[in-house]
Write a protein that binds this ligand. Structure first.
Ligand code: NDP
Ligand code: 8X3
Length: 246
């Protein structure tokens, strides 16, 4: 059975994906900083799950964790670049530079770095990469600023990887969800109440919805590549352009 490395498996989409892939018979390496959550997942999912605790921004810790993989998890067929975050919803002119740097370091630099690290193995194994971008990559919204820009990077990197990987058999997909209720908004705002209000009454997507999509993309016949896939809850759509009058 193939092996998937899922970054950010301690909550939300990554955690649901770890369950979905193990249930489907895959071996899964789940990563994240919160060791206790990965250990709980290991206790639940058993021998087909391996917990790799590291901060994706720490290349030395990441490489040590990859070097220490048990033999059955060493051949990675699928990289799901899911670990990521938004911090803050302030307009750019009031936003925290430190938050911007954390988002760029995590969503852009760390994602590019682990992709670079695993690409030779993925080419050798004719594997696949699925990147978690967002609708924010395409549709600007107030307060999206650097978070949205990081997700536009993820989308474009996915497309450009396809160009470079042409002929290798490696598949690359950019998944672009709208509102899915996870810990995303709690992390972004620091408030469970704000998160509950945002998702309340609008029937958001669930982490499991996205996990099923990831599994579907990963198990398509090898001659098919989903380039980009955008998904939203029915109750999320767009508004008219904002017009300011003097
Ligand atoms: P969660 O906050 O529930 O999960 C985020 C995951 O990323 C956690 O497992 C967290 O692990 C991990 N992570 C964050 N920073 C780091 C880090 N420095 N090192 C290692 N792991 C890290 O959010 P979601 O499940 O919603 O988000 C998953 C992905 O989906 C993100 O990339 C997000 O941008 C994207 N997305 C989410 C949408 C949504 O509406 N929920 C919509 C569109 C895209 P830990 O804290 O333990 O390290
Ligand atoms: C976040 C998606 O729609 O919550 O990536 O802004 S949304």
């Amino acid at each position: 059975m193939p092996t998937a490395l899922i970054t950010g498996a301690t909550s939300g989409i990554g955690e649901a994906a770890a369950r979905a892939f193990v249930d489907a018979g895959w071996h899964v390496i789940g990563t994240g900083r919160r060791a206790e959550r990965l250990e709980a997942l290991k206790a639940e999912l058993g021998d087909r799950f391996h917990a790799a605790v590291f901060d994706v921004r720490d290349e030395a810790a990441r490489d040590a964790a990859l070097d220490a993989l048990p033999a059955t998890f060493r051949g990675i067929d699928l990289l799901i670049n899911n670990a990521g975050l938004a911090l803050g919803l302030e307009p750019a002119q009031k936003a925290s530079l430190s938050n911007w740097k954390t988002m760029i370091d995590t969503n852009v630099t760390a994602l590019a770095s682990i992709t670079h690290k695993l690409l030779p193995m993925l080419v050798e194994r004719k594997g696949a990469i699925i990147n978690l971008s967002s609708v924010a990559a395409t549709y600007p919204y107030p307060g999206g600023n650097v978070y949205a820009a990081t997700k536009a990077f993820v989308r474009q990197l996915s497309l450009d990887l396809r160009a470079d990987l042409h002929g290798t058999g490696v598949r690359v997909t950019s998944i672009e969800p709208g509102m899915a209720e996870t810990e995303f908004t709690l992390v972004r705002t620091g408030s469970q109440e704000t998160s509950d209000k945002l998702y309340g009454g609008m029937n958001p997507m669930t982490a499991e919805d996205i996990a099923e999509t990831l599994l579907w993309v990963a198990t398509l016949p090898p001659h098919l590549n989903i380039n980009t896939l955008e998904l939203m809850p029915v109750n999320q759509s767009w508004q008219a352009f904002a017009v300011h009058r003097e």
